[in-house]
Write a protein that binds this ligand. Structure first.
Ligand code: ADP
Ligand code: MG
Length: 234
């Protein structure tokens, strides 16, 4: 069965969605089959990162009107995305407990299931920590982000989630201590570091993952390195 990895971190804008998508692309290029499930149910935005306009979403799946397989969109060979609905009205009707059977149904179908989680601390963010086999924390090397990462780690432990480690995104700028030291402060393993890279923003402006938009960029190389680490730890 596939591995379910929650990409989490309580602070918004640290790069959870960027990381989930680009690791997904890199895993798919390494030959793995991948499903990314967008669990940012209130502030869904994964469609802004990718060129597609879904007619069916996770909201339809959770309300029982659409089978899971019909809301999975192929982005690349071996990479499928299950997007959340973008309307506030849809969010109001959500029942997070209905997520468990959806995720369970994806396990046998993919090598990796990546859960792109929301910022903040709410049932919507906590429940995926419980459903996943492993939690990948994403943080920037900044104090405010690390403080929020610590909270997510505590929450994961509270619901018996397994924290695999931390990815530091937008690393290498300012005067932040080295990623190894920051991971030590969080008492968790360092999975990898992604540099601050303007190509990431440029790629997003084109609704393309940086791993496809500019495969030779430093950021793309960092995402591939993390994907390789995941495959090796299988
Ligand atoms: P989150 O999902 O945690 O809210 P996002 O993945 O949406 O964060 O990223 C927030 C913004 O930061 C996006 O506009 C993205 O393009 C930008 N960004 C993310 N990672 C990097 C990076 N390594 N270098 C430059 N910009 C980045
Ligand atoms: Mg996001």
């Amino acid at each position: 069965d596939g591995r379910v990895i929650a990409v989490a971190g309580a602070k918004g804008g640290v790069g959870k969605t960027t990381t989930a998508i680009n690791i997904g692309v890199a895993l798919a290029e390494a030959g793995e089959t991948v499903a990314i499930v967008e669990l940012d149910l209130a502030m869904a935005n994964i469609i802004d990162f990718l060129q597609f306009e879904p007619e069916r979403t996770l909201h339809d799946v959770l309300s029982g009107t659409v089978p899971t397989t019909e809301a999975l969109y192929p982005i690349e060979e071996r990479l499928h995305v299950l997007p959340a609905g973008t309307e506030l009205a849809e969010f109001n009707a959500i029942n997070v407990a209905a997520l468990a059977p959806v995720i369970r149904s994806l396990r046998p179908a993919y090598d990796f299931v990546l859960l792109d989680t929301a910022a903040g601390v709410s049932p919507e963010t906590i429940y995926p920590l419980r459903l996943a086999d492993e939690v990948m924390i994403v943080s920037t090397p900044r104090v405010a982000s690390i403080r929020d990462a610590k909270k997510t780690i505590e929450l994961a432990h509270r619901v018996n989630g397994e924290v695999a480690g931390v990815v530091f995104n937008r690393a290498g700028t300012g005067r932040a201590p080295p990623p190894e030291r920051l991971a030590g402060f969080l008492e968790t393993d360092l999975i990898g570091a992604i540099p601050e890279d303007e190509t990431v923003a440029a790629a997003q402006d084109m609704s393309r993952p940086v791993t496809l938009f500019d495969p030779d960029s430093d950021a793309a190389a960092a995402f591939h390195e993390i994907a390789d680490t995941l495959v090796l730890s299988d």
